[in-house]
Design a binder for this molecule. Structure first.
Ligand code: AMP
Ligand code: ZN
Length: 312
């Protein structure tokens, strides 16, 4: 069974609802799916409810972080797995990131509106629904207005950081995010380290420093990575004892990627589980061996009241 630990739902900028994501995973032979919506755990409950028996669920999130290199802020995404969503410091930081996303998206839209681009704030908010607002939602508004044919086309034009409309997010400083995730019992993994701007800074030295600051893994196999990127990241992971992962970064119709097109080994998943505090277990399917799964999940669950607190 395939293990795909990086996917998005309608609770961020994916187009599949949690139920559709679970069906897509099952249909693609993905036995373990990691749900990693941007800066939120709001989709966890719906994923838990929609999870079919044959699919194991790894609850996570993708955090927006940054490092400063040569005076420039470089965005680094951190996948955080199996952390306690009720941890107050981490929950507060995720809330701040979501609020910042909203302010920033409204600024981008205002710049476009001022320039005569026929979209509106209300339209973007409608498209985002319950998700923290991201540029893919603005891309959908641009598609509705007939200005671009796809999300990818929007990212190559109106939404590019080279455009005057671009506004950056005020992401968490990387080492701070690593500390928050570890203190919440979670396992931080750098996502798509060689894609877009991140590739400018993600040298061996970067990973050595991040590993000292609490990083535990690196996403080696990702659709954005060339064979050379993968070989180099695998060697870095091996040398620094970081957990290597592989994932599709599935976004439904927002990106031309198939769920399960990149995968993580069972050994890496077991290392992730072992490195977590155990408070938030993998909700099991057949991908992990059953005894191991029982052992890993014994006695650990998040209470409904705690969950309510986070979702609210
Ligand atoms: P934002 O987080 O608002 O800066 O938007 C960037 C996010 O859009 C990234 O995390 C990507 O996962 C997502 N995204 C979805 N579709 C695309 C695309 N076609 N090109 C680039 N990014 C995309
Ligand atoms: Zn992602």
């Amino acid at each position: 069974m395939r293990i795909d630990l990086h996917t998005h739902t309608t609770y961020s900028d994916g187009t599949d609802s949690p139920a559709e994501l679970m069906r897509a995973a099952s249909a693609a032979g993905v036995g373990t799916v990691g749900v990693t919506d941007h800066d939120t755990t709001a989709g966890w409950a719906a994923c838990e409810q929609a999870r079919p028996a044959e699919v194991a669920l790894v609850r996570g999130a993708e955090l927006s972080t940054h490092v400063v290199a040569d005076g420039r802020r470089i965005a680094i995404h951190v996948l955080a797995y199996l952390f306690d969503p009720t941890d107050s410091e981490l929950a507060a930081e995720l809330r701040r990131l979501r609020e910042d996303r909203l302010d920033r998206a409204m600024l981008i839209v205002q710049k476009m509106v001022d320039d005569g681009v026929p979209i509106s704030r209300a339209q973007v908010l409608r498209i985002a629904g319950h998700a923290p607002v991201g540029r893919p939602h603005i891309a959908r508004a641009l598609m509705e207005a007939g200005l671009v044919g796809s999300v990818t086309e929007a990212f190559g034009s109106y939404l590019s950081y080279r455009q005057p409309y671009y506004v950056s997010k005020s992401d968490t400083e990387l080492n701070h995010a690593l500390r928050l995730v570890r203190e919440a019992g979670g396992v931080p993994v750098v996502a798509h380290a060689r894609s877009r701007g991140a590739g400018l800074v993600t040298s061996r030295e970067f990973f050595a420093a991040a590993s000292k600051a609490g990083l535990l893994g690196v996403e080696v196999d990702h659709p954005d990575h060339t064979p050379a990127d993968r070989a180099e990241l695998r060697a870095i992971a091996e040398e620094l004892d970081l957990i290597p992962t592989g994932s599709s970064d599935y976004h439904g119709a927002n990106k031309a990627l198939r769920i399960g097109q990149e995968t993580t080994s069972t050994e890496s998943l077991q290392r992730i589980v072992a490195a977590s505090s155990g408070r938030v277990p993998v909700l099991c399917g057949p991908a992990l061996d059953h005894d191991g799964c029982r052992h890993l999940t014994a006695g650990a669950s998040i209470g409904a009241s705690a969950r309510h607190e986070v979702m609210g």
